[in-house]
Design a protein around this ligand. Structure first.
Ligand code: PXP
Length: 237
């Protein structure tokens, strides 16, 4: 069975909306683990718009499954990773010029910088995944810079409007997963996956882990509302 990593950035986004302390992503991570998730994913952005340095420190101490830190391929971020020691780092694009047109890390164009960061992280014993579009040239480039994993960007598959388009994207993910596996890379996948579109991807045996955030946090808001309102009504009674 593939593993599930749950991205809890949105919990921090909600907290930052008020600048207070709730909901605390650390509490969310505990609940996510109790529910059976195989890992927690957070993106420490350079602008700190959601996850904060404090979150990362506390998450490192409290997570018992696996902490996957998403970050830009920058030295300052690599130094933070080396001090926190997450179980894995996933390098993601943060600035427009680092993107391919669709949104993954352009590891072919930024080969030297990505290589430098991968080497830094490897020297600290941290495995590295690269978040890339399902493109064979990018898979080869990820292999060349000695990445341990690729995370195949499933956004185009998830956003496909027509069945034929979704079929084409599914095929691209399948081929990229096969090549990555053949080259000895671990294969993860994520972005835009939800309760309707994830099942089909599980027919690609090379994908060992799914990283899912938005749809899970969005659903938790809706399925948790009934209880939250009931509890407030009880206080007012
Ligand atoms: N994987 C990576 C590398 C991401 O950057 C994100 C979004 O933060 C996800 C997976 C999760 O995407 P979503 O929130 O659409 O499930």
């Amino acid at each position: 069975m593939p593993r599930l990593g749950v991205n809890i950035d949105h919990v921090a986004t909600l907290r930052q909306a008020r600048g207070g302390h709730e909901p605390d992503p650390v509490a969310a991570a505990v609940l996510v683990e109790l529910a059976g998730a195989d890992g927690i994913v957070v993106h420490l952005r350079e602008d700190r718009r959601h996850i904060q340095d404090r979150d990362l420190r506390l998450l490192r101490d409290s997570i018992h499954t696996k902490l996957d830190l998403e970050m830009a391929a920058e030295e300052t971020m690599a130094k933070i990773a080396l001090s926190i020691k997450p179980d894995m780092v996933t390098l993601v694009p943060e600035r427009r010029q680092e993107l391919t047109t669709e949104g993954g890390l352009d590891v072919a164009t930024h080969k030297d910088r990505v290589q430098h960061i991968v080497t830094m992280l490897h020297q600290g014993g941290i495995p590295v995944s690269l978040f890339i579009e399902p493109d064979l040239a990018l898979v080869k480039a990820a292999h060349k810079v000695s990445a341990d994993f690729v995370e195949l960007h499933t956004g185009r598959y998830a956003n496909a409007k027509r069945a034929k388009e979704a079929d084409g994207e599914f095929e691209a993910i399948t081929q990229a997963a096969k090549l990555a596996y053949k080259l000895g890379l671990g294969v993860n996948a994520g972005h835009g996956l939800n309760y309707q579109n994830v099942k089909r991807l599980t027919h690609i045996p090379e994908i060992v882990e799914y990283n899912i955030g938005h749809s899970i946090i969005a659903r938790s808001v809706l399925i948790g509302l009934d209880r939250a309102v009931t509890e407030m009504k009880a206080l007012l009674a």
